[in-house]
Structures are given as C-alpha cells and as structure tokens.
Design a binder for this molecule. Structure first.
Ligand SMILES: *Cc1c(COP(=O)(O)O)cnc(C)c1O
Length: 332
C-alpha cells in the first residue's frame, strides 16, 4: 500500500539503465551490491517480487522429491500457490511451532531426514521467516541453534525476510546478524520500505548465479530495469529509516485500541508494524468493522482467522492513528 516518494520518482526519471539480462544495467548492479553489503552476503539478485525471490531460492536449494521443513503459517505455504510443488517438485513438511510463534530447534530436529532409509525422502532445506507473517519476530539465538542443526545434517536454510529490517529493528540487532544465520535471504523492497516494485535475493556467488538461471526460467529476466532499481536504492536507505516511526505508530494504535471495551488485543504480539484485533461484543464482528472503516476511507484486508490486521506504513502518520482509534470506538 506504500506509494513511491517524490525522490523515488525523480530517481526513476534520471536512472542510468542498460540491458540487465546481459548484466549491463549499472543501477541494478548498484542496488544488488548495496543489498549484498547490508545483508553481509557475497551477492544479491534483483527480482520482480518476494514470491519470485523465494521460489528462485527453493529451486536452487531443493531437488524434486525432497522435503522442505517450514512453519505452517508461513508465506510460502499460505500465499505462494503451491509453487513449491508445481515448479520444483518439492514436498512441504509443515510444522506448527510448539512454544513460540516461531520454530524452535526442538520442532525441527525430529523431522530432519537424511534419506538413508529407503522409505524416507531426504530433507532438502529449511525455510524460516523473520519477521513472521503475523508481525512477530524470531530472536537470533534460536536461528543460531537451527543453523547448527542444519549444518550437522548438511541442509541449507532459506530465510523469507520480506520484513527482515522490521525484525532487526524490533530485536535491536543489525540485519547482518540475522542474515548470517542462513544460506540465502529474500527481502522485500516494496511493502514497508516503499519502493514501487521488487525484492532482493542474496547469498554466496554460486547461489546467486544459480538463482539468476531460475529467475530467467520464471520469466523474470528484465531488461532496462534500472528504472525500478533506482527507487529501490532509496528504499534501502530512506525507507529503512522510516520503519522506527511505523513501529512507534503501531504501538500507539495498539495502546489506544486495547483501552476500548469489546476489542481483544495482545499487546505483547505487537512487535513490528502490525496490530491484530478481535471483536468480542454481541452483534459486532470483524467483517462489519472492516466495512465500517472502509466507508471512512480506512483500508484493511478482509479478516483472516476471524481477526483484523492493521499495518502501519509511510502512508500513515500519528494523526491518522487517532482517527482510526476513534472510528473503531464509534463502531463499537
Ligand atoms: C509479501 C510477502 C512475500 C511476497 O512478496 P510479493 O512481493 O508480494 O511477492 C513473501 N513473504 C512474506 C513474509 C511476505 O510478507
């Protein structure tokens, strides 16, 4: 829902471009180098979307018939149309986290398979998410432990880091501390960072070259795409700087909503830029609330799992938060 800033539009208009399929777009190369550096990886690849980034990674790390261990409610499972199976022939081994919103080593270990028993497939890779799709974050320590486990089994880890910078901010760590626990990482430049289009997929040189081939297979070899890389470079700088305000606004919203009778909200779950609420009041519902808010020009997605998700971004200022809280109060 974020829109490009004026500076982004200027950067698009004046971007130096070339044919990126022939590695000749200097603006794309600048973006990829900058992204790789921030993530502490050898190289990065500009891709059209987060889904494309995740799928290129899955296609490189996994072989047909292998299993992917991943959290049940993650984006790859919920929102990527089973491409994991239809494109790469991988099998999802979904795991429900037992003691946290994220997977712990104890959730993963019993499911790792070396494939040396003829009845069993081999575990091809582990996919983690940080921040998670529900807006909570996974601390670095369990990631480190899962890294050790994966190394022991010779299994790669891919991180869906669509909101990696939100996670890093929330945890008070540098993005590289999170990214260094995994073999490959995807970050979204759109979403909270505010670029109009695009994601980056980072890893070592060999991985990125293999991912470049998968990207081509998916039709994602783009020509003078420097016009999109130029605003994405600003997303990595200015866009990142904005996230602290988004998190603050989310906390402001959560505090305001939690004081309303009929709103069910877990303040501890507000860790990044998302606030989830349920409605517990006779005759009132989340579906109704969403319609009510839409009439006032406040947009939310349709309720998921009987809850409404509010997301703060550069399109939302503290004054808007007050308007929203008042609107929910009016509805109730
Ligand atoms: C949005 C999102 C993606 C996919 O990004 P698109 O650019 O919409 O394809 C992947 N993973 C997570 C966790 C996301 O939130």
């Amino acid at each position: 829902m974020t829109l490009p800033t004026e500076a982004m539009r200027q950067a698009m208009a004046s971007a130096e471009v070339g044919d990126d399929v022939c590695n000749e777009d200097p603006t794309v190369q600048r973006l990829e180098a900058q992204g790789a550096q921030i993530l502490g990886k050898e190289a990065a690849l500009f891709v059209a979307s987060g889904v494309m980034g995740n799928q290129c990674a899955l296609g490189v790390h996994g072989k047909p018939g292998e299993e992917v261990i991943l959290p049940e409610a993650c984006h790859v499972v919920e929102h990527e149309n089973a491409t994991v199976a239809s494109l790469w022939g991988l099998v999802t081994r979904t795991v429900t986290p037992t003691r946290a919103t994220y997977l712990l080593p104890e959730d993963i270990e019993p499911r790792l398979r070396r494939g040396d028993d003829l009845h069993e497939p081999r575990t091809g890779l582990i996919v983690l998410e940080n921040a998670l799709s529900d807006g909570t974050v996974m601390p670095v320590e369990p990631m480190r432990q899962i890294r050790a486990l994966a190394d022991d089994f010779g299994v790669k880890i891919h991180l869906d880091g669509a909101r990696l910078f939100n996670a890093a901010l929330s945890l008070g760590v540098e993005p590289v501390e999170i990214a260094s626990q995994v073999d490959s990482v995807m970050i979204c430049l759109s979403k909270g960072l505010g670029a109009p289009v695009g994601s980056l997929l980072a890893g070592d040189e060999r991985f990125v070259e293999a991912a470049r081939r998968r990207r081509k297979m998916l039709g994602g070899g783009m020509r003078q795409v420097g016009v999109l890389a130029a605003p994405a470079i600003l997303a990595l700088t200015d866009g990142r700087a904005r996230l602290a305000t988004d998190h603050e606004n989310a906390r402001l919203l959560a505090r305001g909503l939690s004081s309303l009778k009929g709103v069910v909200l877990d303040l501890a779950s507000v860790q990044t830029n998302m606030v989830w609420i349920r409605i517990d009041r006779p005759g009132k519902s989340c579906d109704d609330l969403v319609h009510f808010l839409a009439q006032r020009g406040i947009h939310t997605y349709p309720p998921m799992h009987r809850a409404v998700r509010f997301v703060t971004s550069s399109q939302v200022e503290a004054e808007d938060i007050a308007v929203l809280i008042e609107a929910v109060a009016d509805y109730l």
